[in-house]
Design a protein around this ligand. Structure first.
Ligand code: RFL
Ligand code: PHB
Length: 395
């Protein structure tokens, strides 16, 4: 079997890339190790930047997003008894973000791909990528109990943080820069109306808390917990009591923690990681396969989308002109945005969480930084521009 672009992984990066290539008349095959149900139910991101929304629309996947996605024009930051609204359009010249769950993005893209795209194989586990520095790289995978080979003009690893494609870049040429944080998030989904009509990010001496949402009747809530926490140690009432204490909502009009049935509970560790370069020969890395961020800046899914927008455009340019200029620039182009998002995610994480070994000095620095954001339009603008994302050229 042969294809132009072999795509490993059917997360947001792989699925969006397949759609954008299809639109550009370039054929591809997507190989995904998990089954469809698993991929569609995996609870993850919730915030889409303008550029991500534009790309989904351009990929033909904007219908349900436009009907059900909730535009957000700000977030609230809480610290030391203060509540600060960050007004996105007012500070950025009109930019905003959307609440639309990653599960829904994936469902929309899978349905489109199966209806009118190239092959998308679930339960097709890739074991190795060979020949990155040749004209015909190959993907070795197992499907329906048989070992198979897919030969490609190009291979794109969209196989997430634990994927295998990274190994196709020789170890001597690959650099990984990493930071692991001394805390995790306990995340829940609850059948309860959202705490507030915007997201609330709360600094507290008890640890960070975040109140997000999935719909007008479903809340998504997070608590900072120690690494290694067992969710079983957090019965529902303990979670609600802790959210109550950390969010400290008393003085925000209209904000209220509604307790309801908890339908999902999990612990996620936090890490920053970047692998460079993002391209070796005819193998490209995109999304979490190349970089991950702690979720505090809501950047992971948006970075994955930005990578494949840049890459799809480079493939289309190559097809139209024969020039490899944009493909050659792919890694450098993406890494500039990636490192900006890494910095912002690190900043949000270390400013809002309480490190277990943190001194009073460090806590005062955090509070001073949060005061600065509350008091200075300049500091708030810096946050708003980063949160809503750097503009991308139109798809
Ligand atoms: P994914 O989604 O991990 O998809 C990779 C796919 O590759 C498959 N795979 C393989 N397939 C074949 N053969 C193999 N050998 C394979 N190995 C792996 C996997 O099964 C999977 O289907 O990566 P992708 O597409 O790069 O997308 C990245 C995003 O999923 C991730 O960055 C975000 O979810 C991060 N993130 C957030 N990002 C945001 O932009 N905004 C947010 O609000 C936000 N919140 C979050 C988040 C991530 C979270 N978790 C769970 C880490 C909140 C959370 C809780
Ligand atoms: C979410 O809704 O899952 C979410 C929102 C904002 C974040 C992280 C996660 O920063």
């Amino acid at each position: 079997m042969h294809t132009t672009v072999g795509i490993i992984g059917a997360g947001p990066a792989g699925l969006l890339l397949a759609r954008l290539l299809h639109r550009a008349g370039i054929d591809s095959v997507v190989l995904e190790s998990r089954d469809r149900d698993y991929v569609e139910q995996r609870q993850r991101a919730g915030i889409l930047e303008q550029a991500t929304v534009d790309a989904l629309r351009a990929a033909g996947a904007g219908g349900r997003l436009d009907a059900e996605g909730i535009p957000h024009d700000g977030i609230e930051l809480r610290h030391g008894g203060r509540a600060t609204r960050i007004d996105f359009p007012g500070l950025t010249g009109g930019r905003r973000v959307w609440v639309y769950a990653q599960t829904e993005v994936v469902k929309d893209l899978v349905a489109l791909q199966l209806a009118e795209g190239g092959p998308l194989h679930f339960e097709a586990e890739v074991t190795a990528v060979h020949g990155a520095d040749t004209d015909r790289p190959t993907i070795r995978y197992t499907h329906q109990g048989r070992e198979r080979i897919l030969s490609c003009d190009y291979v794109v690893g969209c196989d997430g943080f634990h994927g295998v494609t990274r190994q196709a870049v020789p170890a001597a040429e690959r650099r990984t820069h990493e930071r692991v944080y001394p805390y995790s998030w306990l995340g829940i989904l609850a059948d309860a109306p959202p705490v507030y009509d915007e997201l609330i990010y709360a600094h507290s001496e008890r640890g960070f808390a975040l109140a997000s949402m999935r719909s007008p009747s479903v809340s998504r809530l997070y608590l900072q917990v120690p690494n290694g926490t067992d969710p079983a140690d957090w019965p529902d009432e303990r979670i609600w009591d802790e959210l109550d204490a950390r969010l400290a909502l008393r003085d925000t009009a209209g904000a209220r923690l509604h307790r309801g049935p908890v339908t999902q509970k999990s612990v996620l560790p936090m890490r920053s990681s970047v692998t460079e370069p993002m391209r070796w020969g005819r193998v490209f890395l995109a999304g979490d396969a190349a970089h991950i961020v702690p979720p505090t800046g809501a950047k992971g899914l948006n970075l994955a989308a930005a990578d494949v927008i840049v890459l799809a455009r480079a493939f289309a340019h190559h097809r139209a002109t024969g020039s490899t200029e944009l493909l050659d620039a792919y890694s450098d182009t993406c890494l500039r945005r990636v490192w900006r998002a890494e910095h912002f995610s690190y900043f949000m994480t270390t400013t809002l969480h309480t490190d277990p070994g943190q001194s009073g000095f460090e806590t005062r620095l955090q509070l001073s930084q949060l005061d600065r954001i509350a008091d200075s339009r300049h500091a708030a603008t810096e946050l708003a521009e980063n949160y809503t994302g750097l503009p991308l050229d139109p798809v």
